[in-house]
Ligand binder design. Structure first.
Ligand SMILES: C[S@@+](CC[C@H](N)C(=O)[O-])C[C@H]1O[C@@H](n2cnc3c(N)ncnc32)[C@H](O)[C@@H]1O
Length: 272
């Protein structure tokens, strides 16, 4: 799952705003709607593995689930109408409005805590962060972006300890930064899929500690490794720490080099 949290510092929290003036009376809701579109839209579809959170004035969070959302269109006006419906629902004491859209009162620290609780890894998108080339993307990222304004002092206090990713020194629009983040994640997904399709077995060991030592050694030689654990047939129906046979898998083009390294540093590899 990929998550995006966009902080709308001035965005309307009263549903009486007019859809005819999103940049003005609705507090730059156009920026949030464009950003929401960038998180969820493909050319002819929706990214179903994305969840987008809009935090309005650090008070109200609207969560849009790519898996369940319906009637989301690429124009900002209809997205703003979804926001408006959600705010009306909140006033009526409901937490759900249109399909895939939930709303509740909470602040930034609560959203960040929730991300961590569900196993997501919050990452602040910021011009002054770690360059993308040096950044190791976690499997369940939750990107946090500001709208047209700088992160406020309150935001910065909450976000101070989180990793920061930079997409270059130039300040981009929120929606542009999201598109680039998606590009980087898509690239990584493609590399992972390529790796999965091309894996060969180079060695089998018993127990994870030894498998981890071999993995870190191979990674020192720039050989990506996938470990697959298999429990002994007939004894336990599941993988049990320390009991599992662990298969060391690498890309076919790295196989002979990996086997040579394992032989030099550990033992003759067994791949049967
Ligand atoms: C329009 S920018 C915010 C204001 C901006 N700092 C400025 O000077 O105008 C919107 C948001 O997009 C993200 N962003 C923009 N440029 C970025 C970059 N080069 N690297 C990473 N994130 C960026 C950040 O989250 C930023 O808060």
């Amino acid at each position: 799952m990929k998550r995006f949290l966009i902080l709308g510092h001035k965005a309307a929290i009263d549903p009486s705003f007019t859809l005819n003036d999103l940049p003005g009376a609705a507090g730059r809701l156009d920026v949030l709607c464009r950003a929401l579109g960038a998180t969820l839209f493909l050319s002819h579809g929706i990214r179903r593995d994305v969840e987008t959170h809009l935090l309005l004035q650090n008070q109200i969070r609207i969560r849009v689930s790519g898996q369940y959302v319906k009637r989301l269109n690429p124009d900002e006006r209809s997205t703003a109408a979804i926001v408006k419906h959600a705010l009306v629902a909140l006033e009526e004491g409901k937490t759900r409005s249109t399909p895939g859209v939930e709303i509740e009162r909470c602040d930034l620290s609560q959203v960040v805590d929730e991300f961590i609780r569900v196993g997501a890894s919050p990452i602040v998108l910021h011009e002054e962060g770690v360059p993308a080339a040096d950044f190791i993307f976690p499997s369940d990222p939750a990107f946090i972006l500001s709208d047209h304004m700088e992160f406020s002092e309150t935001d910065q206090r909450v976000l101070a300890e989180l990793p920061r990713l930079s997409l270059g020194a130039r300040a981009l629009h929120t929606s542009q930064a999201i598109t680039i983040a998606h590009y980087l994640l898509d690239q990584q997904d493609e590399e992972d899929a390529e790796l999965d399709a091309d894996l060969v077995l180079v060695h089998k060991v018993w127990g994870d500690p030894k498998a981890l030592m071999i993995t870190s050694l191979l990674e020192d030689f720039d050989i990506p490794v996938v470990r697959m654990a298999q429990s002994p047939p007939g004894i336990f129906p599941m993988v049990v720490d320390g009991m599992a046979e662990v298969r060391i898998m690498v890309r076919s083009r790295d196989a002979s080099k990996a086997q040579q390294i394992i032989a030099d540093y550990f033992e003759e590899p067994t791949d049967e």
